[in-house]
Design a protein around this ligand. Structure first.
Ligand SMILES: [Zn+2]
Length: 313
């Protein structure tokens, strides 16, 4: 009997221990399971937040595009809008020119022009023009190895072109090579036109900008070939412009004060002023603020050239 009781007790103890172990094991499983669930919940909350953010972003973008589309029907319209705005601006300039010429107003116009660029210093010239809120005209060359320049077309030049165009300055064609002499641009009318068109394609292919105003290297009176070139410019939709005032920076290095005086003291009787300068000159850069403020004091409005200006031929 004692033996049986002991056996029952031992069995009971074993069963208790087993059930305790089972309970512990189940509890451990539950804890792990619960932790997994918490982790999953956390992950879901994170995903929900991400989705919410994405939706918000999409809504914001949609709102932007919707506003644009409500204003314009297509991207092409947007381009046309810019062109129309530009044309309206040029129309105002041409109207002002006519009023000046007929004596209807005592205002005057000055067209600041910068030749032979781009240069590394051009960005500083653009900074000054921005500061004084002036739009000017740049007659540029095709500066790369293909046209005999040993410098590579640089990021700086690329920025200069983009800034000129996006700021509303006029970009003009000054031939690709600007070379003089037997091998130069004036060797024949055909050669000149080809060189000019090479630069036109260069600017158009890179920046989508159509140049319509050109300037002869050295001016229209510089070569016996120009009378043969001028009639052909119309066929390729170009007009040319010379100048009736200059700093003199293309001739020799003089002080900024001299450059300023060269312009401001030579405006007598010139209601439409075209000023020749070069954006490589340190002293022209120094003189530029005084030239701008001096011309404004004399009653000049500073504007960019367009191909319908009376200064163009
Ligand atoms: Zn030049």
């Amino acid at each position: 009997m004692e033996k049986t009781e002991r056996a029952v007790k031992i069995t009971a103890i074993i069963l208790n221990v087993c059930s305790l172990l089972m309970t512990v094991i189940i509890f451990c499983f539950y804890l792990k399971f619960d932790r997994n669930i918490i982790e999953l919940k956390k992950q879901n909350a994170f995903l929900d937040e991400q989705i919410e953010q994405q939706n918000q972003l999409t809504d914001d973008l949609s709102a932007v595009y919707k506003t644009k589309l409500e204003e314009l029907d297509s991207y092409k319209d947007f381009e046309e809008l810019i062109l129309n705005e530009k044309e309206a601006y040029y129309n105002d300039i041409i109207d002002l020119e006519q009023k000046i010429l007929s004596g209807e107003t005592n205002k005057k116009i000055a067209y600041l022009t910068f030749d032979d660029g781009p240069y590394r210093l051009s960005e500083s010239f653009l900074d000054v023009l921005d500061e004084y809120e002036v739009r000017a005209t740049f007659f540029y060359l095709m500066k790369c190895e293909a046209t005999g320049y040993d410098e590579e077309f640089s990021d700086v030049y690329d920025r200069v072109y983009r800034r000129i165009i996006s700021s509303g300055h006029t970009l003009g064609n000054h031939t690709a090579s600007h070379k003089f002499g037997e091998e130069g641009v004036y060797q024949s009318a055909d050669y000149f036109i080809q060189d000019l068109l090479k630069n036109r394609s260069f600017i158009y292919d890179r920046y989508g900008y159509k140049t319509t105003v050109m300037r002869f290297p050295g001016g229209s009176g510089t070569s016996s070939m120009t009378p043969y070139i001028i009639p052909r410019l119309k066929d390729i939709n170009y007009v040319y412009v010379d100048w009736n005032a200059e700093t003199g920076d293309g001739k020799k290095v003089m002080s900024a004060e001299t450059y300023t005086a060269n312009v401001l003291n030579n405006t007598e009787g010139k209601n439409i002023l075209v000023v020749l300068m070069h954006d490589y000159s340190e002293n022209t850069l120094k003189a530029l603020p005084d030239i701008i403020t001096g011309l404004r004091k004399q009653g000049y409005i500073l504007l960019p050239l367009c191909n319908r200006s009376v200064a163009c031929h």
